[in-house]
Design a protein around this ligand. Sequence first.
Ligand SMILES: Nc1ncnc2c1ncn2[C@@H]1O[C@H](COP(=O)(O)OP(=O)(O)OP(=O)(O)O)[C@@H](O)[C@H]1O
Ligand SMILES: [Mg+2]
Length: 310
Amino acid sequence: MPTAAAISISGLYKTYDNGFEALKSIDLEIRKGEIFALLGPNGAGKTTLIGTVCGLVQPSGGTILADGHNVITEFRAARYKIGLVPQELTTENFESVWATVSFSRGLFGRSPNPAYIEQLLKDLSLWDKKDNKLMTLSGGMKRRVLIAKALSHEPDILFLDEPTAGVDVELRRDMWQVVRRLKEKGVTVILTTHYIDEAEEMADRVGVINKGEIVLVEEKDELMRKLGRKQLLLQLQDKLEEIPDTLKERGLELASDGYELIFTYDAQAERTGIAGLLEDLNAAGIRFKDLKTAQSSLEEIFVNLVREQQ
Ligand SMILES: Nc1ncnc2c1ncn2[C@@H]1O[C@H](COP(=O)(O)OP(=O)(O)OP(=O)(O)O)[C@@H](O)[C@H]1O
Ligand SMILES: [Mg+2]
């Protein structure tokens, strides 16, 4: 029976043998066909989370479905749907590119399909290296081979664990292109990254994980819309006990023990309301000694979320 979610995770826990709680009650749905970016600092639990979905890490509790198949009780059916590009570069050194990728396909019980493998290698700009032994490839090319391996059995869901860590700008752009093409074909892509701009560029939705907990899941566009909001911060000369009635309409916030007024406005709007605000402040006899504007970026939101939890 087709289900709406590509991946459905509920109440997932992982405590490692040494007692470390790497995942704490994770609930997460990945929609079919979306690109989902999972952000989080080192050690947040990204690789562990992916490992539990792909059957590399035994969950301590909870349920994970991949395209409706339970990853524990229906492991083969679930795993068949999934391609995984691991974070660590490990490749059999003496095999050729062609042999490695073809072999991976066979592991999933798929019958050989040289035309598919050929197209895959061409899409990943690996075709002219198809007879090269892996040990003769550069790091970036090895990473492409890992992607080709992960896609060799035509999975519907692809996990990319830090696909662009330590690769050059050009290869990053190529990777993004590859991911976009996969999305066009209907493949669901979940990628982890430390690069905020990568999430901004690629993702339909963004999730943030910190210390084993999902602390935010949001549409990227919604996040970006919030980013369109700017703040004007006015440092006051004298302490203000409360916002005067004449200024109540403007949605001001009083901060720093009454020494700062914060005005939030839409930077994209034709009229920001700043001029009127300054006139009203003047009329109310409120003097300020300094003013500055602030704009939150995805990076800031991320850093704040992570800091709040410390
Ligand atoms: N086999 C293990 N035994 C004990 N603890 C582990 C094991 N594997 C991972 N951990 C711990 O679990 C936490 C999460 O690790 P994980 O690799 O999932 O983080 P991550 O978010 O992928 O980090 P990074 O961004 O560095 O790749 C870390 O504190 C790590 O030390
Ligand atoms: Mg990791």
